[in-house]
Design a binder for this molecule. Structure first.
Ligand SMILES: *Cc1c(COP(=O)(O)O)cnc(C)c1O
Length: 348
């Protein structure tokens, strides 16, 4: 079914539609005033004494140019985790609406659903980790407001075919969130290029992975200006601090360096996957479009504990749906991967 701005308005919680957001008068006067006595700030300790730009205009301007979208299509949050939480708060009435997602996938979709008292419906991926498109559509009902898809998916590492995702965006009568935390490592293109085709699409990206900035806490949501307007209405007014905005602007100047980091990670990944696959008790290394690989071994618990004893921490995913005896291993430096491989050779 074709979605319009009207259908999106209709999915917004009535209290949020009515909400009059907190307003700081600051923006009206930027550029015209020079004496700021309106916000009870300290006159000392420039530049940290001032509240930051609540809409991060300079940063969004740069990002918009870089990603080929309009600034009005961007929300910046304290990690993509803030965007996930806000989606629930904007679109889901607690105790009434539900969200649909896949399993296994990123854990925060469920955590945020539970925090917001929103029912969370999981649909297990096919055994080859492909999308069960029809089952996902069947899991949805008239109270389904959000569908979370993570592509490339964490922890399975695969990116879903565009045709499957498109069928879900068209077939799901609510907001479809495509979490692209790992898109920079993927052979698949981003959905940002097609944002304007799909009013009900929200794309999430982050500075935490390829951009090497997990410690800074900066994530992005891209969507129709109407949806971004609701994000802005509901978020904390000064969610992104001034140092983070400056840092991110400087980081965007380093895009070439980031591309080299990504190329490096992909090269280390392909060498690591080859060597890992050659180990006798490795049963399967799943193809990865991300900066991690999921690997099925003979005895994941035992191996995990032995690695920890050596000071090597990977992610034990063996209790997760479809991931029995699986470890998720992040691609670090070539040296780090060699340390891990050495330890695995000693035990396997
Ligand atoms: C790591 C990761 C994120 C990043 O979250 P931030 O809050 O931006 O650090 C988002 N989604 C997925 C699927 C991830 O694996």
């Amino acid at each position: 079914m074709r979605k319009t701005c009207d259908s999106i308005e209709a999915w917004v919680r009535p209290n949020i539609r009515r909400l009059k957001p907190y307003s700081s008068a600051r923006n009206e006067f930027s550029g015209v005033a020079s004496v700021w006595l309106d916000a009870n700030e300290s006159p000392f300790n420039t530049p940290y004494n001032r509240y930051p730009d609540p809409l991060q205009s300079a940063l969004k301007q740069r990002l918009a140019g870089q990603r080929g979208v309009a600034p009005e299509q961007i929300f910046l949050g304290v990690g993509s985790d803030e965007a996930i939480d806000l989606l629930y708060r904007i679109f889901c009435q607690p105790g009434k609406h539900n969200a649909v997602s896949i399993a296994p996938t990123y854990g925060m979709y469920r955590v945020c659903a539970e925090i917001n008292d929103v029912a969370y419906r999981e649909v297990t991926l096919n055994a080859d980790f492909s999308l069960p498109v029809e089952a996902i559509l069947q899991a949805a009902d008239a109270d389904s407001r959000l569908l979370f898809l993570c592509s490339p998916n964490n922890p399975t590492g695969n990116a879903f075919p565009a045709a499957d995702i498109e069928r879900l965006i068209n077939g799901f009568d609510g907001i479809v969130v495509v979490d692209e935390a790992y898109i920079d490592f993927s052979s698949q293109p981003s959905w940002l290029g097609r944002l304007c085709e799909f009013p009900n699409l929200v794309v999430l990206q982050t500075f935490s992975k390829a951009w090497g900035s997990a410690g800074v806490r900066l994530g992005m949501a891209f969507a129709l200006p109407l949806i971004i307007g609701y994000f802005n209405k509901v978020k904390y007014p000064y969610n992104i601090g001034e140092p983070v905005q400056r840092y991110a602007l400087a980081m965007l100047d380093r895009a070439d360096e980031v591309r080299r980091w990504v190329a490096d990670t992909l090269a280390v990944r392909s060498r690591f996957v080859e060597q890992l696959a050659a180990l006798p008790s490795v049963r399967q290394v799943y193809p990865s479009d991300a900066n991690f690989v999921l690997v099925r071994v003979d005895e994941a618990e035992l191996l995990y504990d032995r690695l920890v004893a050596e000071g090597i921490v990977v992610r034990n995913r063996s209790t997760v749906t479809l991931c029995g005896n699986c470890l998720r291993i992040t691609i670090g430096t070539a040296d780090e991967m060699n340390v891990l491989l050495e330890a695995m050779r000693r035990y396997l």
